[in-house]
Design a binder for this molecule. Structure first.
Ligand code: UD1
Length: 364
């Protein structure tokens, strides 16, 4: 029987751990799973809502670290997590994604000789100015088992000298969650609440420091959004960081004057219901590039690079950067060409069965 500590910290972690934890719970002879929540995200809308929607029990351990600079947040997670490892003595610690909680917990384990499995290993944007890229490279370098979502990730890991026997292509566990919850999300009334049911609309999310912390970049993006909103309404669930920046930069009036509907961050099911009916998604999120690819929805990624190239090669994603004219032009092109995503396919092993394969690999 393997005792596994499953780490969650920030919003994009919850829907990756949920299906793995559920699968382990269904195999009690083989697994004794626990959930450790670092508390990196703590707002009800950024955390609790996801536990409810995903049917996850309350975390077994809550570290309550909260916000801070990268150094403060990472260090706090490490000091709070170390005693948990010493007390629980797990066989494996499972970390997902690329947030500060991922590297902090992996680093604690590697120093204590506890085995770490990294889910979503090997993704690389090639852009080391992104905090997530540093977290990815370092977590992969010290993990014992590297579980990948696509074969380009295997390639990246081999190139960095990771022994091939540590690398396992298991597919995309985020799509397990998506497929598991599609049906129940149909009960959400979010489209009616936003006034977009039965209409063409776009969905926007934006929270990367490189997009929202720089006034000029953010202002250019707002200009492009105002133009796109002349064609169709844009529903914009706003991350707390972004909300603060809109206020600081005084962009509120420009946004309010256009048909851009600012709403609080949505829960997992409401958000799925919202983007799954969208004509177009605009985002700088990583996960949403994958979810739109899985559903065949056109996605414009407002970044200069992506660690998820498969969503461009096979899927519906287009990298548009942050140049105002480019965003406008490509968005309007996609909107006037309803068949633009017809040749898109779903990447291999994004089949809703990744959690089972992850469990099997841990046992091996
Ligand atoms: C983190 C991840 C990012 C991920 C994102 C999803 C890192 C380095 N970044 O970024 O990869 O895409 O989560 O949302 O781990 N805040 C709140 N309430 C919360 C959480 C945050 O108000 O529950 C505010 C605080 O002002 C905080 C700021 O958001 O300082 C940033 O939070 P933080 O966890 O540092 O990073 P994110 O931008 O959320």
């Amino acid at each position: 029987m393997l005792k596994v500590l499953n780490i969650v910290g920030a919003r994009p972690n919850f829907m990756k751990v949920a299906p793995i934890y559920a699968k382990m719970k269904r195999r009690p002879e083989e697994f004794a799973p626990l959930i450790v929540h670092t508390g990196q995200h703590y707002d009800a809308a950024m955390s609790d809502a996801f536990f409810d929607d995903l049917g996850m029990p309350k975390p077994d351990v809550y570290l309550g670290v909260g916000s801070g600079s990268h150094a403060v947040q990472t260090a706090k997670i490490m000091t709070e997590f170390e005693p948990v490892i010493l007390r629980e003595k797990p066989d494996w610690v499972l970390v997902v994604g690329d947030v500060n909680s991922t590297i902090a917990c992996a680093l604690v384990c590697s120093k204590l000789g506890v085995k770490v499995a990294h889910v979503e290993a090997g993704l690389r944007s090639g852009d080391r100015s992104m905090p997530e890229e540093i977290n990815r490279i370092l977590t992969d370098a010290i993990s014992d088992l590297l579980l990948t979502t696509s074969q380009d990730a295997d390639e990246n890991l081999r190139r960095e000298g990771i022994p091939p026997e540590k690398i396992r292509f298991v597919g995309n566990v985020m799509i397990d969650s998506l497929l598991d919850h599609m049906k129940v999300a149909e009960h959400s009334t979010v489209r009616e609440e936003m006034g977009v049911e039965g209409k063409d609309y776009a969905v926007l999310t934006l929270h990367r420091p490189s997009n929202v912390d720089d006034r000029e970049t953010f202002s250019g993006i707002v200009d492009a959004l105002v133009t796109i909103a002349e064609r169709l309404p844009i529903v914009f669930p706003v991350h707390p960081r972004t909300r603060a920046k809109i206020e600081e930069f005084g962009f509120g009036e420009r946004i309010a004057a256009a048909d851009i509907r600012l709403v609080e961050p949505l829960g997992y099911l409401d958000f799925m219901r919202l983007y799954s009916g969208a004509r177009l998604v605009l985002t700088d999120s990583g996960g949403l590039q994958e979810e739109t690819t899985a559903l065949g929805i056109p996605c414009l990624t407002l970044r200069e690079n992506t660690e998820r190239p498969i969503t461009i090669e096979l899927g519906t994603n287009i990298l548009v950067g942050t140049d105002r004219n480019k965003i406008e032009q490509i968005a309007l092109d996609v909107l006037s060409n309803p068949t633009s995503d017809q040749n898109a396919t779903i990447p291999p092993l994004w089949d809703g069965k990744a959690a089972g394969r992850i469990c099997d690999e841990l046992l091996k």
